[in-house]
Design a protein around this ligand. Structure first.
Ligand code: XMP
Length: 529
């Protein structure tokens, strides 16, 4: 099952855009449900999804280039309003008989837009305004029926429309914040042109999901892959509401968790929830499977596959289990390159929950959050009444510390990393509490996404108490983000960094150095593996 799709739905056709996710986010921020679909989707298939509106994203290609992403012209003839951005404007022009050409210099960054005539998209925005451009090609001849509604110095067709057929396009990017009135343009399209209502609220989402789970599961039994993290806890609350005692929550302890974590998860789910909870001790099995393994993707595959085996073993013991629910979210799918959304996304890393089932294992999967971003999942958790310490927990990857230990995972390295990580979290948590007391601003509001320690597979020379040491460094990673698709390193105060460093070196045997990772995502990722 996928997260159920609401009646009002905006399809974003992805032409490989840098800003593809952003378009979907901006629409959802306006309380209209939106989803990314592959650009080459046949018109009939798209029609069957019953979109209320269609947005064509930008993309890096040149429309006439060999292999450039194409559109089924029928998409533009469904009678559903369409709005194209950048490449989306160019492909719309070409598909309907217009022309695209190379401009002299291209335009990158802010540009001054001048309106001409009336426009339903530019509507009530000023006659001159700043927009965000990023292109070399541009429409040189609009298709029959279209009029030009704005231009810039470098781009004669900066916006065009055929209001009769409800086809609109801009060369610039309204979804990017630097386009001064971009949100107003999106509103004009969604609410004025398409007549949509901003009614996609979390309460609706909860009810829709609960009904869908109930309808699908019927009287069958379900087990839920529970890690204690935000996503699986939200699914637990949803499924508990939908099917109550037909649900068993299974917490697989793979021995790769942080200090004190297994005890905390067990405590929360046995005292604060009225659900069946099973704690599986799989530490030994994981240690054996991971012995000698150094490659990150291989680690991820082994861990993910063993998760399935563990859940299946519980299902066999329980009997009558058909469904497995898990907290897969939208970015997991995008970054795993699995169950491709856009047809363009590359595999960055295989998230543990998207590894295929091994032979002999069989479940029907239920993933109610597979269309939501993390902050939307948190809002859903709040709507479900989950305690704030669960809703605002930092994300922790399913493969756990195994992907924060570079190279082979050993008991010695796990112990070092656990102790160092505990200090990192303790100090930053204390700093956040002090900051909250002083300013009233919480770390989640400062968009601090995650902070943790990483153990690389190298040693370096140091001197401690007049003795030479040849020991391990620990890397500190702290990032700010709103949805983990992009992230920036957190500008933590030097004093705090210094304290963390001295404590780790003094308190964790085997560590003689601490480094701070000051790389954003992209080009790095948040985790090291
Ligand atoms: P990256 O490292 O891809 O991480 O920038 C983005 C976010 O996803 C988390 N992450 C995972 N979560 N299973 C998960 O449940 C995984 O296999 C996995 N890998 C990365 C990571 O902690 C960050 O929040």
């Amino acid at each position: 099952m996928q997260g159920s799709r609401p009646r009002q739905f905006v399809a974003v056709l992805d032409f490989g855009a840098q800003y593809g996710q952003l378009i979907a986010r901006r629409v959802r921020d306006l309380h209209v449900y939106s989803e990314i679909v592959p650009c080459g989707i046949p018109a009939a298939k798209l029609a069957a999804m019953r979109p209320s509106a269609i947005i064509l994203s930008g993309g890096p290609a040149s429309v006439y280039a060999k292999g450039a992403p194409q559109i089924d012209r029928g998409v533009l003839e469904l009678g559903v309003p369409v709005l194209g951005f950048c490449y989306g404007q160019q492909i719309m022009a070409v598909a309907l008989g217009g022309r695209v050409g190379h401009t002299e210099r291209g335009e990158y960054g802010p540009a001054r837009l001048r309106r001409q005539g009336s426009s339903r998209i530019l509507g009530d925005t000023p006659a001159e305004q700043t927009v965000w451009m990023s292109h070399r090609d541009a429409v040189s001849e609009v298709p029959d029926g279209f009029v030009v509604t704005a231009s810039t110095d470098g781009c004669p067709v900066a916006a065009m429309e055929d209001a009769g057929r409800r086809l609109f396009a801009t060369q610039f990017h309204p979804e990017v914040r630097h386009t001064e009135h971009g949100t107003r343009m999106l509103r004009n399209f969604l609410f004025d042109v398409c007549g949509l209502k901003p009614n996609w609220t979390m309460e609706d989402v909860v009810q829709g999901m609960v009904d869908a789970i109930r309808a699908q599961v019927g009287s069958d039994r379900m087990i839920l892959a529970l890690s204690g993290g935000v996503d699986s806890s939200v699914v637990a609350a949803l499924c508990a509401r939908a099917i109550g005692k037909q649900l068993t929550c299974v917490f697989v302890n793979h021995g790769l968790l942080r200090k004190g974590e297994p005890e905390q998860v067990e405590e929360v789910f046995t005292t604060q929830f009225d659900i069946d909870f099973v704690h599986v001790h799989a530490e030994g099995r994981y240690a054996r499977l991971l012995s000698g393994v150094v490659d990150p993707e291989q680690k991820r595959r082994i861990i993910g596959t063993q998760f399935w085996e563990e859940f299946f073993a519980v299902a066999q013991r329980t009997g009558g289990v058909r469904y497995l629910a898990q907290g897969t979210i939208y970015p997991d799918i995008i970054e795993s390159g699995a169950r491709k959304t856009s047809g363009q996304a590359a595999t960055i890393k295989s998230h543990h929950n998207l590894i295929p089932f091994p032979q002999g294992v069989r479940f029907d999967l239920i993933e109610p959050l597979d269309h939501l971003f993390k902050d939307e999942v948190r809002a859903l958790g709040e709507a479900l009444g989950l305690p704030s310490h669960i809703v605002h927990r930092q994300p922790f990857p399913g493969p756990g510390l195994a992907i924060r230990i570079i190279g082979e995972v050993t008991p010695e390295k796990l112990e070092i990393l656990r102790d160092a990580d505990a200090i990192v979290r303790e100090e930053i948590d204390a700093y956040n509490r002090r900051l909250f007391d002083e300013t009233g601003v919480r770390d989640s509001e400062r968009s601090v996404w995650q902070y943790f320690a990483v153990l690389p597979d190298i040693r370096s020379v140091g001197v401690m108490g007049d003795e030479r040491t040849y020991a391990r460094p620990v890397i500190l990673r702290a990032v700010e983000s709103s949805d983990a698709m992009t992230a920036d390193w957190a500008k933590l105060p030097y004093e705090l960094l210094g304290k963390i460093s001295s404590r780790i070196v003094a308190e964790v045997p085997g560590v003689n150095r601490v480094a701070y990772d000051i790389t954003s995502k992209p080009p790095a990722t948040i985790e090291w593996e």
